[in-house]
Design a protein around this ligand. Structure first.
Ligand code: MG
Length: 312
């Protein structure tokens, strides 16, 4: 995939109700969908940054794409000559691997995503999720989590989105380590907080603190967002040399980004439930095409050209 053409579409997706991220509530999310055409055929990718993660912004990507004027080799040379751009590199990886992405069926267990107050917990239990992810805040109590574990007999994952101080993080780490039905506590402290060293890696996962493999030495679980991770071939090479568990997680992609992200997750032998319970959260815009539920599957025999043409 060196010579060829590319085009792109900017799409805006509106959440049914404001969605809580590590950076506060959001109503809409913008994505750039990319299509490449080369001697290797047609490929699709999605540039899908996520609030709270220090990637390039969509305006930066738009500037690069517009400057390359649809010329694929021009675009690839520009990206090669620049630093960073993890979202654009991930999207180009998806384009490059698109044939493979659509060849193998993917079936992965998926964790259910509860809102901040767990009001949708019963719906997730009813849908059959065996692992539930829940956001915690500084005011969340251990008793609330114990009550949840009483209602729900599966595994729990807790995500603090960097909102705790070191004293609270230590107490939560101890709580989580004593409870076999909690997989881990995700991002207890802010990015770069020195307290991670004293918390230790056991059942402490990092998410916002991980972007791309370069220089990461955390031995505990790492949450990987395929859309933010940079070049996928470099990531796969790094993954093969790493021992600790990885959990693959969505950035609320459209069908294009999800199809590629599930392919990358499927490369991993750790088989931990993925965090892709992100369908049905948007107003109906026909950009979700996968089936929601406790098993995340990719699309087989899907007409991607029609999907692209139908995008407005
Ligand atoms: Mg997280």
């Amino acid at each position: 995939m060196k010579e060829g053409f590319f085009d792109f579409k900017l799409v805006r997706r509106r959440f049914k109700r404001p969605f809580l991220t590590g950076n506060g509530l959001i109503d809409v999310i913008d994505r750039i969908l990319l299509r490449t055409q080369s001697d290797q055929g047609t490929g699709y990718g999605e540039i899908a940054p996520w609030p709270g993660f220090p990637t390039e912004s969509l305006p930066e990507v738009l500037e690069i794409l517009r400057a390359a004027q649809g010329n694929l080799s021009h675009l690839l040379h520009t990206v090669e000559a620049m630093r960073g751009l993890p979202c654009l590199r991930a999207a180009l990886s998806s384009c490059r691997h698109w044939d493979a992405i659509n060849q193998l069926p993917v079936t992965l267990l998926c964790a259910g995503l509860c809102d901040a107050t767990a009001t949708n917990l019963d719906a997730k239990i009813f849908a059959g999720y065996k692992t539930i992810k829940l956001k915690i805040r500084p005011e969340t109590t251990f008793a609330e989590i114990d009550a949840l574990l009483y209602r729900f007999r599966g595994q729990l994952r807790l995500d603090a989105n960097g909102s705790l101080d070191l004293t609270a993080a230590r107490a939560w780490a101890e709580f989580v380590r004593q409870q076999p039905r909690i997989d881990y506590l995700e991002q207890p402290l802010p990015v770069g907080h020195a307290g991670y060293a004293s918390l230790g890696p056991d059942k402490i996962a990092i998410d916002e603190s991980f972007l791309t493999p370069g220089g990461v030495t955390w031995a505990g679980p790492i949450v990987v967002k395929p859309a933010l991770v940079g070049d996928w071939d470099e990531f796969i090479t790094w993954r093969q040399a790493r021992q600790g568990p990885l959990i693959y997680s969505s950035t609320f992609e459209t069908a294009i980004g999800r199809q590629g992200a599930l392919w990358l997750a499927n490369h991993d032998s750790s088989n931990l439930p993925v965090g892709f319970d992100t369908l049905d959260l948007f107003e109906n815009d026909a950009r979700d095409r996968h089936t929601p539920g406790p098993v995340a599957e990719n699309l087989a025999n899907f007409d991607w050209e029609k999907f692209w043409l139908d995008l407005t």
